[in-house]
Ligand binder design. Structure first.
Ligand code: FAD
Length: 392
């Protein structure tokens, strides 16, 4: 398999080494600590440090700015490895590499990149992506947070909801309206707001269904004053496009993460079926159990192929809209089904805390919700195809 592409900064040999190290880290360091992470609702400091040392806070940040410089074809291979353990691991550095970091990489001015990207890539800076608001989740173009020009500054006021890594963030990438939507666009800009700025308030962390160790919170911006240099790309019209591009890229990554979780649920299921017995026979000898495993394996293989295809289309710039949504829709739904079957294969044991598939069952539920729900992916795919046909 060729993992590099013309756009790759890292060649196949170096990438294979990075992939092997990541796989070993996930399986030998993080997997044995999953229970501790779930119980303490935190990633242990030594794991955070190890991830920093491996460059995992900046694997998708270009080398020029201190990252490892992986492209999306390579990113998804790594994401399938991260997906093999608690999703809290990936969440720790997911916003730096993904939704928040990519806004700067693709739309920041050189000065903004110089100021922030090295810290983001090293993990010294935790960046959060602050788009969602009450009433503006699936439809972010309806967001109400306002940025008002005052002399050379901007003053931001509004409320953001469910912001990943907010309790740890040093930098918020904040989407705010500078004018009502008009013929020139949705009127949404994006600003770089250090978390220590006066008027930024991070609420207590949310109590979630799963993904313990990954934190989200509401963030309030109460008359937060930032200089003109905080406006990403130096343009009021960059914000909405930056959000859409970051989210579309993120969808391929989330699809890969889903494949990783599904693979883990499958492996746990096969291992359990091969050894757990009923009436003296391993349950894996029953054909109805084999059928569940067959459906899991089929989903995982189809998902993996789809992710690789979508990542290549992204890097080659042949499809950056339909394919990411197809991959996210299929793989996140598939991971939900595979996790459900995994609990079924484990019987009552699968309903007990401390069994990996119980955690996976809860953790994968989020994948169908954030970075665009399954319904939104269907709208993008179906609507996109029909519009293309209408354009002729
Ligand atoms: C744990 C977690 C972490 C998150 N992290 C971040 C983050 O870091 N940054 C950030 O900005 N946001 C983040 N989010 C927010 C997330 O992206 C939104 O929750 C998601 O986009 C859905 O928006 P909503 O919650 O407002 O639900 P709604 O949009 O209200 O959706 C409710 C239901 O209505 C359906 N629906 C909505 N609109 C339509 C439509 N037009 N047609 C058909 N059906 C529709 C949806 O599919 C869904 O089934 C996070 C959320 C969670 C739970």
């Amino acid at each position: 398999m060729t993992l590099s592409t013309p756009a790759a900064e890292v060649d196949d040999d170096d990438f294979r080494e990075i992939l092997a190290q990541t796989r070993a880290f996930v399986r030998t360091v993080v997997v044995p600590r999953e229970q501790e992470i779930a119980e303490t609702d935190a990633i242990p400091d030594d794991i955070r440090r190890a991830a920093k040392d491996m460059g995992l806070f900046g694997y998708a940040i270009p080398q020029q700015w201190g990252g490892l410089g992986l492209n999306l074809v390579q990113d998804v291979e790594l994401a399938m490895e991260f997906g093999y353990t608690t999703l809290a691991l990936r969440s720790m550095f997911g916003t730096n590499n993904g939704i928040a970091g990519q806004v700067l990489v693709n739309f920041g001015t050189d000065e903004q990149k110089r100021q922030w990207l090295e810290g983001i890539a090293s993990g010294e800076v935790v960046a959060s992506f602050a788009l969602t608001e009450p009433g503006a989740g699936s439809n972010p173009s309806g967001l109400r947070t306002q940025a008002v020009r005052d002399g050379d500054d901007w003053v931001i006021t509004g409320e953001k909801r469910f912001i990943t890594n907010a309790p740890l963030a040093d930098l918020f990438v904040v989407f705010a309206r500078t004018r009502p939507a008009d013929d020139h666009g949705p009127g949404i800009a994006v600003f770089l707001v250090p978390s220590g700025t006066d008027g930024v308030q991070v609420a207590g962390k949310d109590s979630k269904m799963g993904q313990e160790g990954a934190w989200t919170a509401d963030v309030h911006f109460d008359g937060v004053r930032v200089p003109a240099s905080a406006l990403v790309g130096g343009s009021e019209d960059v914000g909405y496009k930056a959000a859409m591009v970051s989210l579309a890229r993120g969808r391929v990554h989330i699809a890969a993460l889903s494949v990783g979780q599904a693979q883990r649920a499958l492996d746990e299921s096969v291992a359990y079926a091969a050894t757990a017995t009923q009436g003296g026979a391993p349950i894996g000898n029953f054909q109805l159990v084999q059928a569940m495993i067959a459906d899991q394996q089929t989903g995982v293989m189809a998902g993996r192929a789809l992710v690789r295809d979508a990542a290549r289309a992204w890097v080659e710039e042949t499809d950056r809209r339909i394919a990411p949504s197809v991959a996210k829709l299929y793989c996140t739904e598939m991971a939900g089904k595979v996790a459900d079957l995994a609990v079924q294969i484990h019987g009552g044991t699968g309903y007990m805390r401390e069994v990996p598939v119980e955690r996976i069952y809860r953790d994968v539920r989020l994948l169908r919700l954030y970075e665009g729900t399954s319904e939104i992916q269907r709208l993008i795919i179906g609507g996109g195809l029909v519009k293309a046909a209408q354009r002729g």
